[in-house]
Design a protein. Structure first.
Length: 116
């Protein structure tokens, strides 16, 4: 069983920045893909960004040029640097992992609020 622990959420002003972190732990697991989803009130959960084992990245159109995903494979950790935040980025952000056998794991989520 893989555990995902997110950190770094909070309150930011429009135009501000936040950095989310997600550390994966457990026994005998390999990581294929890690990423971030988000869910705003009244909306469906959506992919924000993901990064594969070889480092290829995918971003939602709404965050391209503002958010950057990266990973530290040695620490089994994925990061999401969020710049130029806007009120519409307000959501609960969930860490997501696909392991070597194709199973998905989810973190509990961290709240990001963008407001002046």
């Amino acid at each position: 069983q893989v555990q995902l622990v997110e950190s770094g959420g909070g309150l930011a002003q429009p135009g501000g920045s936040l950095r989310l972190s997600c550390a994966a732990s457990g026994s005998r697991f390999t990581i294929n893909t890690m990423g971030w989803y988000r869910q705003a009130p009244g909306k469906e959960r959506e992919l924000v960004a993901r990064i594969s084992i070889i480092g290829s990245t995918t971003y939602a159109d709404s965050v391209k040029g503002r958010f950057t995903i990266s990973r530290d494979s040695g620490k089994n950790t994925v990061y999401l640097q969020m710049n130029n935040l806007a009120p519409e980025d307000t959501a609960v952000y969930y860490c997501w992992l696909v392991d070597g056998v194709g199973s998905s794991q989810w973190g509990k989520g961290t709240l990001v609020t963008v407001s002046s």
